[in-house]
Ligand binder design. Structure first.
Ligand code: FAD
Length: 495
């Protein structure tokens, strides 16, 4: 039996020609012709390049543990793992699940912090093969398949003089990222990723392929824009509106002791509020080795301010704005006006020495208007982290407008998250306990939670904090309309 290629170990994805052939065959809005109904038993296999692995097959555990992006693998076991090679095989897989009375979970890149795609029982459909991209420079649009890495999209767009708010880490693909919102690079200017989704091709529970946003399916596009792990179909392609590529990207770094995190947040919040429309402001709270052997680690607050400007002069004007006032000069260390590219901003997330293995991870994040207080709580948590790699991230924004045409409905000026990162299975319990304690430490400051970084298996009660009450109710009503038999799993914690 074949071995699973993890998303991150494979290179380019399908060629433009292959994608265009597939698009030509299908066409957005067309109905997929009835695919052959497969017979129903545990020996069911897909023909050709598609793969099916059943629980009990010798390679099952190898496949299951290759599904998440990280080394920690949730102890949940689907009956079968199916990797369709194309839309016809995807349709066959859904038909097979229906015949068998199995529920279906979908995976694009496997980055879900709770590994929401791993459920007990049922079928896991892995969209690994869906990685096409087609950029149209003239209309500043792109069509992307769900397992395409953010970095791969950014590289294609850069060549066309375009940009998109892809995730900050190179390997985060478009599938779950956009479905749950998409708080990526320069989002205060370019917007939340799902707000730039202009259409989507979705395979519904009955195997039909529909164009979300087309007449009669406006509600489906609303749900595509933010439903996250509560979506009730398979997104096989997004259409995106892109931004012009900024001519001058500059990275600026200011390092302070973590004890000053609240002051640093207040300083940068005031700047963001004043108006720095082409600037991204993030802070990292991380432990640095102590000054001498045996000395305890020092927790630092690293402010990273990136300008996405039209010219070097414009970047210098932004820098003057940042340097005005006392805080910048009090930094322990600073580096300013470092020339950057979208790729250089992302590539730090890929460690050449370690390959693409990121170790083990668990995450808790909040939206907040009380960012300075939450930053102090996060700094205290980081100083207690059992792993030196664990850290906290804070991002600040001015624009918090939500849209009626998007289900994404929890957002605030501050985003604060504690990110547990460790290497050994023997350290799982201590690090997950730290991550859970971090969630409890941050939650009092939360105005909401981010569906893409919420472990609802552990706290299903927080699901309703990830949406407005109206959006949550509308989503559940749409689920009944589009998936009346309940083929697709509901949110973790709800099914
Ligand atoms: C290293 C790392 C960096 C990150 N950086 C950012 C960041 O900068 N900004 C940000 O906003 N988020 C970030 N995230 C969070 C990320 O957005 C989510 O984990 C997101 O779910 C990842 O997408 P995925 O395709 O890997 O999802 P998966 O883990 O594959 O799937 C998660 C869930 O999404 C649904 N789903 C996924 N694909 C489809 C599909 N095609 N059709 C229907 N349902 C689908 C399913 O319910 C599935 O259970 C990061 C995560 C990691 C691990």
């Amino acid at each position: 039996m074949s071995r699973p290629g993890r998303q991150q170990k494979d290179g380019g994805g399908i060629t433009r020609r292959q994608l265009m052939a597939a698009l030509g065959q299908l066409g957005i809005g067309s109905l997929l012709g009835a695919c052959a109904a497969p017979s129903g038993n545990a020996a069911w296999r897909l023909p050709g390049a598609g793969t099916v692995v059943h629980r009990g097959d010798p390679d099952y555990e190898t496949w299951r543990s290759a599904m998440p992006w990280q080394g920690w693998v949730a102890p949940r076991r689907p009956e079968s793992i199916v990797r369709p090679a194309d839309r016809t095989q995807l349709c066959e897989a859904l038909q097979q699940a229906r015949r068998q009375g199995q529920r279906v979970a979908i995976k694009s890149g496997g980055h879900s912090v709770s590994e929401a795609f791993l459920r007990d029982g049922g079928m896991l459909v892995d969209l690994h093969a869906f990685r096409g991209v087609d950029v149209d420079a003239g209309s500043a649009t792109a069509a992307v398949e769900p397992s395409l890495w953010g970095r791969d999209l950014a590289l294609h767009l850069t060549r066309a003089g375009l940009a998109f708010p892809v995730a900050h880490c190179a390997t985060v693909p478009m599938g779950g990222y956009l479905l749950g919102g998409g708080v990526g690079i320069n989002t205060d200017q370019w917007g939340i990723g799902c707000h730039a989704v202009t259409g989507a091709e979705v395979m519904l529970a009955d195997g039909t392929l529909v164009d979300a946003g087309s007449a009669g399916h406006e509600d489906l596009l609303w749900a595509v824009r933010g439903a996250g792990t509560g979506f009730f179909g398979v997104i096989t392609r997004y259409r995106l509106r892109c931004a012009p590529l900024p001519r001058d990207i500059r990275e600026n770094v200011f390092v302070f002791p973590a004890a000053r995190a609240a002051e640093v947040v207040e300083w940068l919040e005031a700047l963001v509020e004043q108006g720095m429309p082409d600037t991204e402001v993030m802070l990292l709270l991380a432990n640095s080795p102590g000054p001498s052997a045996g000395a305890p680690p020092v927790t630092l607050c690293i402010a990273r301010v990136v300008f996405f400007c039209a010219s070097e002069n414009a970047s210098r004007e932004r820098l003057a704005q940042v340097l005005a006032g006392p805080m910048a000069s009090q930094a322990l260390f600073k580096e300013t006006m470092k020339a950057a590219t979208i790729d250089s901003l992302m590539i730090g997330s890929v460690d050449a020495a370690r390959g693409l293995g990121f170790g083990r991870s668990h995450v808790n994040t909040i939206w907040t208007a009380r960012t300075a207080e939450a930053a102090t709580a996060a700094a205290a948590q980081v100083s207690l982290a059992p792993s030196p790699k664990s850290h906290a991230v804070i991002s600040l924004r001015k624009h918090t407008a939500l849209r009626d045409d998007a289900c994404f409905s929890a957002l605030d000026r501050g985003f604060v998250g504690c990110y547990g990162v460790w290497d050994k299975a023997s350290d799982d319990a201590a690090n997950i306990a730290w991550s859970e304690a971090s969630r409890e430490a941050l939650q009092p400051y939360a105005s909401g939670n981010y569906i893409n970084e919420l472990d609802a298996f552990r706290r299903p009660d927080l699901l309703e904090r990830a949406f407005s009450a109206q959006a949550f109710a509308r989503l559940q009503a749409l689920r009944k309309r589009y998936d009346p038999q309940g083929l697709f799993h509901d949110f973790p914690g709800l099914s």
